[in-house]
Design a protein around this ligand. Structure first.
Ligand code: MSP
Length: 488
């Protein structure tokens, strides 16, 4: 046990629409990591929040006929609600429209000093991604996606630039040496090859007459900070940069969790900003993949294949949702969701393998031993591989490993046949067998705690006090809404 500080963040989603499965996935992964470290004694600061400025959100608010403030407040609340539904225990939820973030971002801008200069920008702007594109980059997209290209705006405007090019060599060194470790390795290589192709300075403001919903550039109210530039700053403004006690205690971040589409912002622009400020860079950037539908297509409402996370959670519970995301979307890669797949996993692994095991053990101890568990032996399982997988950000493999224990216990019961021993006089042997299973189940409860907090607490409540605690019913009642009974 050590209570060293541990800082973890998620990216901050845009509030132009409803939270979707991708957002839920990022919340869950970060929460699993946060709970894991809390469990072993770390003092965890877990930050999340919402990204609320910029043209995309202005347009959505206007379409909805609402003020920017009302629109962003309402939508930001939906992300908080989702976090609550998912049992995501963040320490702080930052909104980029918070006056505190605005004031601290202005301080950061000023601290960047000579790294920012004024010039004129000629190029394209992709409002959907809130990103500046060169004509060449835009033409590349046009070749494969003419519809998207049609939404790009031609820009010719005065704005401020950040001297990103000055950090090209230090960034290569930073990433290559793993001083900022980009996980998985495929993402690290991608970043390195991008860096090796050479960096240009980037625009970091927009004229205020075009983008009024944002943070004014200090000393030049005719310019608004570029939404990405100030959004990235949230990772330190939320800690109270430059002088807050949380900043002193928790920075640099131990890990920042982001999706693959925003790797460059976090592995290139953000560390360069930090270097320009002369402050430390995060230790790890963990990049997760995308969650797609059963055909590998990105899920979205407009495609008609979108599923609201709340629909799944209300049907199967938050633990089951967290479990599916953590084990069945391969860590660091893309994965698929379908109702059938979800329900099959739920029935096979949670209902049959774990839930039924707990029920069986409860009923055997109740009927053969009057509910008394007796002395517990030490559990003998080697759990080092589980911790190694966690340290490697392979949460899927960590759970696979726990499930080898769960399956092993089911098999042990089948082989030992306590119901036969119960018919003999060998009560001691029976007690030893059942106590061994209970001790292993308590160990399983510990190991699943970051992912399945309710289930873990239920198992501990049931077996943790020497006698069976009255059960609250099956942990995962069978559901056959999308699959045939008996199919799993
Ligand atoms: N506002 C920016 C992030 C700023 S961080 C300083 C943004 N917002 S977003 O709403 O578009 O995306 C938020 C997160 O959700 C990103 O990490 C993104 O990769 C993730 N996902 C969006 N769609 C996703 C899936 N379909 N699957 C998994 N995650 C995906 O980018």
């Amino acid at each position: 046990m050590n209570n060293e500080p541990y800082y973890i963040s998620t990216s901050i989603p845009y509030v132009n629409g409803e939270p979707h499965l991708g957002h839920a996935m990022e919340f869950v992964l970060a929460d699993v990591i946060a709970r894991y470290h809390k469990q072993y004694g770390r003092d965890v600061f877990f930050s999340t929040g919402t990204d609320e400025h910029g043209g995309k959100i202005m347009e959505s608010a206007e379409k909805a006929g609402q003020s920017f403030e009302a629109f962003t407040t309402q939508n930001s609340q939906h992300f908080k609600d989702l976090a609550a539904q998912l049992e995501v225990n963040y320490t702080k939820f930052i909104r980029t429209s918070d006056p505190d973030h605005e004031a601290r971002s202005a301080l950061i801008w000023q601290a960047l000093g000579e790294h920012i200069y004024k010039s004129s920008y000629v190029g394209m702007y992709d409002q959907k991604e809130e990103s500046f594109l060169t004509h060449e980059e835009a033409r590349e997209i046009q070749k494969t996606d003419a519809t998207r290209y049609a939404t790009f705006k031609e820009l010719e405007e005065e704005n401020y630039f950040f001297k990103l090019s000055a950090f090209n060599v230090p960034l290569i060194e930073l990433i290559k040496s793993d001083k900022l470790k980009v996980i998985p390795n495929a993402r690290k290589n991608e970043v390195l090859s991008f860096l090796e192709s050479g960096l240009q300075d980037i625009s970091v403001s927009r004229p205020a007459d075009k983008i009024s919903w944002g943070i004014p550039v200090p000393g030049d109210p005719k310019q608004t900070m570029y939404v990405w530039f100030e959004a990235l700053m949230n990772y330190i403004t939320t800690l109270g940069y430059p002088n807050g006690p949380d900043y002193a205690r928790f920075w640099p971040a131990n890990v920042q969790v982001v999706g693959k589409d925003i790797t460059r912002f976090h592995a290139v622009i953000w560390p360069a900003m930090l270097m320009a400020l002369g402050i430390e860079t995060p230790k790890v950037l963990y990049v997760h993949g995308f969650i797609n539908d059963a055909n590998g297509e990105i899920m979205s409402k407009s495609k008609g294949n979108g599923v609201a996370p709340s629909e799944i959670i209300s049907e199967y519970g938050s633990d089951a949702f967290r479990y599916f995301i953590t084990r069945h979307i391969p860590s660091g890669e893309d994965g698929n969701f379908s109702w059938e797949r979800f329900e099959t996993v739920y029935n096979t692994e949670l209902c049959n393998e774990l839930g039924n095991l707990v029920q069986r053990v409860v009923s055997m101890i109740n009927s053969y031993e009057g509910g008394v568990i007796g002395n517990l032996p030490e559990s003998m399982h080697d759990i080092a591989p589980y911790h190694d997988f966690f340290e490697d950000y392979r949460f899927d493999l960590a759970l696979d490993y726990v499930w080898t224990l769960v399956r092993g216990l089911n098999q042990y019961i089948e082989e030992e046949k306590p119901w036969q021993i119960a018919k003999t006089e060998d009560k001691e042997h029976l007690q030893v067998i059942l106590a061994y299973v209970v001790s292993s189940l308590l160990q399983v409860a510990d190991l699943i705690q970051p992912v399945l907090p309710h289930t873990s607490a239920e198992i501990i409540k049931t077996f943790g006090e020497g006698a069976i605690h009255p059960e609250a019913g099956h942990l995962f009642p069978r559901i056959n809404k999308y699959t045939q009974p008996g199919k799993q």
